[in-house]
Design a protein around this ligand. Structure first.
Ligand code: SAH
Ligand code: SF4
Ligand code: F3S
Length: 434
């Protein structure tokens, strides 16, 4: 070892946090990443504020670091991410354990903050600075990496759904210029990436290219060695014609679309400030399927939003039946401080919300199992990412983002292979080389 300082990062929340954690590690080049908090000189928690449970985890995790800090007074602890942005000052006030609080738009200032806390001060930075963190956070290059990578192209949200904290924690919508994104993607491919997932809170609101997200995807598709392109999360209202057409026209764009709808009831959609109807969403899905018939649709749902009646919930169930999801996330509504929905009365009793979530999740699980079952007997392309649980086995993802395992030599990691699906298991598919 080179005797450098040791950094432990724990990441919660969405893929954007995963991307940000990599950038934070790169911003601190005099630190080596370690696997456990016990080894670390600096611990960073990259946090999520989306639901109450997510935010609470941070405080219980911090409690666990108390003995570590008692044993190692030089250990510095930092909180980053969306809880830092939303509750930074309170954390500094109430948690003497925390030396550093850094919001998602200030990560490029981390090295300077780290120096300050080494000198014994505490540091808080939750600004939305003028300068662009992406331009200050240059990748270290050279670092070897796996075959799949995340690439943030858009950040922030101007939609203000009435339940959601993201517009407050991530700030206003902004896009990175297409040339920068393409350059970063080239670098990723040079370091071994074969698949890139473009990230944004509303990634299809991307406006860093004249042709929008579709234009960016077409430019990226020209990079040799980049085999697969995905994007997430998209909003129904930003799903433009060009992007829908791209699903039919660009073979490198994978046949998978995560398109959250939240509810099937127009009354609830209106109260959520989603600015689309269930009918509009269904029409959109039909158009996407016309462009790419085998596309797998994924979604997000919230049950128990204030005022949601049994019949509103039944409308969600029938929308789900109509769409037929290959994958989905569903949540019980969580009232978030500062959001308009949290001020509303007519809370749904927790037992009712739980019962609805249970029914919805059973339906979604059935649909997912059906979508996976339908793959049995088919030949599919899989990008193998790593070794599986049993010896000689590799696991990867199909074009439709389903986990697939097959017996293949280890040197196939990082390569695309055609396999034939032989069986469908609860969370993965079994395959043999085709
Ligand atoms: N930008 C994305 C989603 C970001 S948050 C979009 O517009 O779809 C991811 C998911 O968390 C949301 O789609 C929603 O289903 C869920 N979510 C957000 N706020 C929530 C809350 N207050 N309670 C429960 N679920 C919530
Ligand atoms: Fe949140 Fe709505 Fe923005 Fe998605 S579109 S991040 S749910 S406010
Ligand atoms: Fe959570 Fe922030 Fe992502 S609240 S879901 S980490 S944008």
């Amino acid at each position: 070892m080179d005797g450098g300082k040791k950094l432990f990062i724990k990441t919660y929340g969405c893929q954007m946090n995963v991307y940000d954690s990599e950038r934070m590690a790169e911003a601190l080049p005099d630190h080596d990443l370690v696997e456990t908090p016990e080894e670390a000189d600096l611990i960073l928690l990259n946090t999520c504020h989306i639901r109450e449970k997510a935010a609470e985890k941070v405080y219980s995790e911090l409690g666990r670091f108390k003995p570590l800090k008692a044993a190692k007074p030089d250990l510095k602890i930092g909180v980053a991410g969306c809880v830092a942005q939303a509750e930074g000052e309170e954390i500094v006030r109430r948690q003497p354990l925390v030396d550093l609080v850094v919001g998602p738009q200030a990560y490029h200032r981390l090295p300077e903050m780290e120096r300050r806390v080494r000198d014994g001060s505490r540091a808080l930075d939750t600004d939305f600075p003028e300068e662009d963190k992406f331009e200050r956070l240059k990748g270290r290059g050279g670092m070897r990496r796996g075959p799949t990578a995340f690439l943030t192209v858009q950040e922030g949200c101007d939609k203000f759904c009435s339940f959601c904290v993201v517009p407050y924690t991530r700030g206003a919508e902004r896009s990175r210029p297409a040339e920068r994104v393409v350059a970063e993607a080239r670098g990723l491919v040079e370091r071994g990436a074969r698949e890139v997932t473009l990230l944004g809170q509303n990634v299809n609101a991307y406006h860093g290219h004249d042709g929008g997200l579709a234009g960016l995807i077409m430019d990226l598709a020209r990079i040799d060695g980049l085999e697969r392109i995905r994007y997430t999360t998209s909003h129904p209202n930003d799903m433009d014609d060009a992007l829908i057409e791209a699903h039919g026209a660009e073979p490198k764009l994978m046949p998978y679309l995560h398109l959250p709808v939240q509810s099937g009831s127009d009354r609830i959609l209106k109260a959520m400030n989603r600015k689309h109807t269930s009918e509009g969403y269904l029409r959109l899905i039909a158009r996407v399927r016309a462009a790419r018939p085998d596309i797998v649709i994924s979604g997000d749902f919230i049950v128990g939003f204030p005022g949601e009646t049994d019949s509103d919930f039944e409308e969600t169930m029938s929308l789900v039946r109509e769409v037929g999801y290959g994958h989905a996330f569903s949540f019980k509504y969580s009232a978030r401080p500062g959001t308009p929905a949290a001020e509303r009365g007519s809370r749904v009793p927790d037992g009712t919300a739980s019962a609805r979530l249970d029914r919805l999740q059973r339906l979604l699980a059935e649909q997912q199992a059906g979508a996976m079952e339908a793959m049995v007997g088919r030949e599919v392309g899989v990008l193998f990412e790593k070794e599986g649980r049993s010896p000689g086995q590799l696991v990867g993802k199909s074009e439709h983002l389903m986990a697939v395992h097959a017996d293949l030599p280890g040197d196939r990691i990082g390569t695309l292979a055609k396999v034939r699906i032989t069986a469908s298991n609860p969370n993965s598919l079994s395959a043999v080389p085709a």
